[in-house]
Ligand binder design. Structure first.
Ligand SMILES: Cc1cc2nc3c(=O)[nH]c(=O)nc-3n(C[C@H](O)[C@H](O)[C@H](O)COP(=O)(O)O)c2cc1C
Length: 249
């Protein structure tokens, strides 16, 4: 943006709110549309510290309830620790498989659902519900807002990583209590995301689960309600047909 800052009547720093230039806008949408969950395509090459610093900085710029910034990031590179986490995954994944209807179990077992050992870096993202003090602005009536904030940080991390050509895979098939012990995470801290991070052979053009026939993307029009739950928003739904991002896998 090239506009000069305008002084606000409050004396606070207020920057111009113009839309980004077309190429910058496209870059944002491109990162969103081409971000993928990566499991089997990691390369062993390490991520340089400057790149990692940019991605973590993007995460740290996420919105957070009451500006509480409840997140912490544990960088896990040790093959031994990753092996421990991989074992925790294997146990949870076996249990998970048994929860699906019998006809889905073989398909589930054939899916690769983590890159813990193959990604050169794992990042465990946690949330501290006490970070903002005993009463947090915005968290008084919705108890999980620290988690929501931390998930926003993870999404920033994921998108920034994609822009840097770095893949991220979120692994949630884990017993959080065992992961917390393995990584020395204090009791009151909540485990939110366990991420596998690294350079990749490529990014799938559409979600891998979709390409492998597990599930498809729901038409967005079905999820938008006009004023009241259950009332279709026809005008917006028609506009969606012309939106490139929405028609991208
Ligand atoms: C909270 C959360 C947990 C997830 N856990 C796993 C997981 O344990 N294993 C896995 O393979 N993918 C996991 N994913 C990735 C989703 O499967 C993936 O985002 C979805 O299939 C859409 O694909 P895409 O991210 O490539 O667009 C998780 C995603 C989220 C947001």
């Amino acid at each position: 943006m090239t506009d000069k800052p305008t002084p606000s009547s409050s004396g606070l720093d207020l920057q111009p709110g113009a839309a980004f230039a077309e190429t910058d806008r496209q870059a944002v949408y491109q990162a969103i549309a081409t971000r993928r969950d990566v499991r089997g395509e990691f390369l062993p090459d390490p991520i340089d510290d400057a790149t990692l610093a940019r991605i973590l900085t993007a995460a740290h710029h996420a919105p957070s309830v009451g500006l509480s910034q409840p997140w912490d990031f544990i960088l896990v590179r040790s093959p031994r620790t990753r092996q421990k986490i991989a074992e925790i995954f294997a146990d949870a994944n076996e249990q998970a498989a048994s929860l699906f209807p019998e006809q889905k179990q073989a398909q589930y077992k054939a899916l690769k659902l983590e890159g813990i050992a193959t990604a050169p870096l794992n990042v465990c993202v946690t949330s501290d519900p006490t970070r903002g003090g005993p009463v947090v602005l915005g968290a008084t009536h919705m108890r999980d807002t620290d988690l929501f904030s931390t998930v926003c940080a993870i999404q920033n991390f994921w998108l920034a990583a994609r822009a840097e050509g770095i893949g991220v895979g979120w692994v949630s098939i884990l017993d959080p209590a065992r992961v917390k012990v393995a990584l020395g995470i204090p009791d009151h801290i909540r485990l939110v995301g366990y991420l596998c991070v690294g350079h990749v052979r490529g990014f799938f053009g559409r979600p891998e689960l979709e390409q492998r026939g597990w599930r498809t993307r729901t038409p967005l029009g079905e999820l938008i309600h006009d004023e009241f739950w259950g009332t279709p928003a026809d005008a917006v739904s028609q506009a969606l047909a012309c939106t490139e991002l929405a028609s991208n896998g």
